[in-house]
Write a protein that binds this ligand. Structure first.
Ligand code: ATP
Length: 198
């Protein structure tokens, strides 16, 4: 199965683009959603999280204390890296199992930290969704009802756009000047051809 990663900065529109690929029949694995699910359902992941953050990581009803963990990792990069080192390998295994079960010319793996986590190296190719910073800020402020400062804080934690551009093989520009549907259709046809040659 040909595996294609898709990423983009916060608010670039990667989930929106993935929904268009889904309409074309392409299965999409949402890595960040699966990561969150594994924190609740995977016993080895849960134990590693308790070892890292202590018993307060989970509430007595076994649900995850997201705020407690988010507050720690926001300030402590080592803890963030340690958390990622627990989640990313588990997500990688889940993606491989999932992709083996799909029947399509190729599959997409959507991940916010595709390049940062180095998981792009496991894919046959990778797509970068780009938009201007101003548009991304506006979209996320509207979507999440949050402040400009909060969005900027999140943007600053991600790899700079120029670095992502160097690592990507395909690009979609989601800046409201270019239509996204023709770009997705063109890329889909390219990827189907690549999958046939594989
Ligand atoms: P995150 O990294 O936060 O998950 P994302 O890159 O997945 O963000 P989306 O959630 O797809 O981004 O898009 C952010 C917001 O912008 C959403 O509310 C979405 O509906 C809107 N949006 C994205 N692209 C477009 C577009 N081309 N036209 C109009 N609205 C758009």
């Amino acid at each position: 199965m040909m595996k294609v990663g898709i990423t983009g900065g916060i608010g670039s529109g990667k989930t929106t683009i993935c929904k268009l690929f889904e309409l074309l029949g392409i299965p999409v694995f949402y890595a960040d959603t699966v990561g969150k699910e594994l924190m609740l359902s995977d016993l080895a992941v849960k134990q590693a999280i308790v070892n890292l953050f202590g018993d307060s990581a989970y509430f007595p009803d076994t649900s995850l204390n997201r705020k407690y963990i988010a507050d720690i990792v926001f300030k402590d990069n080592e803890k963030l890296n340690a958390l990622n080192a627990i989640i990313h390998p588990a997500v990688k295994d889940a993606f491989l199992l999932w992709s083996e079960k799909q029947s399509a010319p190729y599959v997409l793996k959507e991940a916010a930290l595709l390049f940062e986590s180095k998981s792009y190296l496991d894919n046959d190719s990778n797509i970068l969704v780009s938009s201007s910073v101003e548009l991304r800020i506006k979209r996320v402020m509207e979507r999440d009802q949050t402040s400009r400062e909060k969005v900027l804080e999140r943007i600053e934690k991600q790899l700079p756009e120029e670095e992502k551009q160097k690592l990507a093989d395909f690009f979609i520009l989601n800046n409201e000047e270019l239509h996204i549907i023709p770009q997705v259709l063109k890329l889909h046809h390219q990827l189907v051809l690549l999958a046939q040659q594989k």
